[in-house]
Design a protein around this ligand. Sequence first.
Ligand SMILES: *Cc1c(COP(=O)(O)O)cnc(C)c1O
Length: 351
Amino acid sequence: MVRLNELPRTKLANLPTPLQELTNLTEVLEGPRIFIKRDDLTGLAFGGNKTRKLEFLIADAINKKADYLVTGAGFQSNWCTQAVAAANIAGMKTILVKNGPEEDYEPDFYDGNHLLHFLMGAEIKVVRPENQQEAEVAAIEELKLAGSKPYHLTAAGSTPLGVAGYVEAVPELLRQSSELGIDIDYLVHASGSGGTQAGLIIGGKAFKSNIKILGVSPGIPTKHPAIDMVFSIIEQSLDYLQTDAKIIRDDIIIYDQYAGDNYGAITGAKAEAIRLVAETEGIILDPVYTASAMACLIDLCRQKYFKPENVVVFLHTGGAAALFPYKEPVGNYLKGEEFSWNIPPWSPVLK
Ligand SMILES: *Cc1c(COP(=O)(O)O)cnc(C)c1O
């Protein structure tokens, strides 16, 4: 069995998050029965899947008497927002090393997650992605020299300890589905740094569920590197969690054709997914992750991939704060015009 109960944990999330049926969306897409697991409602800052990982990671930082968190990710990172919020609750300071199109990149004005990072008091350094690792290590060395105790949060929490958050989410989901009297056939979710998918797959095996986990990439990494990455996180986590669940590469399913050509690119299919879910259910998706996953779910419904009697859960992993920096292209879409841009100006892959 999994040694989840032995791991230190700090309460950051309102659990269980709701499991709700999306009857209007089901009707528009003409089946299967679609439900949504609202991990956008974890309650930390604007919510999201990183809260579950941070419950375990922050507890470890507290045990190690850390006074600073150092982490890094993309310029509009949801992970960074959740990490800073968690650090503030735990009374720690944060240094964010974010990647952008050039060193010390400054947008015209603060928006979305970048605004939230400042608002919550994070110290922010922007570098090119190829210098990110080095800049995080330098920040840690500098803090140590100044007498601080930094804690390095790596890989957007997709480490064995962070993975425990989504292993734990599986029995939560199974309890809710049995209360609702449903048997879940598929779970569709956005898969980025891989920890969420790794946790769901391990949890599925460890708690003997037959739910098929369908991961959807936000563009980068593409399918095969993403499968390698998730498999490697699973191998490390199985060891760490002392579970003997048998997992093979074929258990990892990733779709990479729904996100556009680059990480963070906006496409017609994503904009349609955002609008459809907002119009039918009043639920807000983000343009990077959950829009890719919903574009996949919509396409699989239209292709009749699911049987009408199937029960499909969409895991809402949060990120809606990232919608606002996309106000130009999403606004263009709603007005029936061409997108003003596909690749965001803060993207390091900008060409
Ligand atoms: C980080 C993130 C994901 C991906 O989760 P990973 O554990 O990194 O794979 C999905 N959706 C949103 C909104 C995220 O911020």
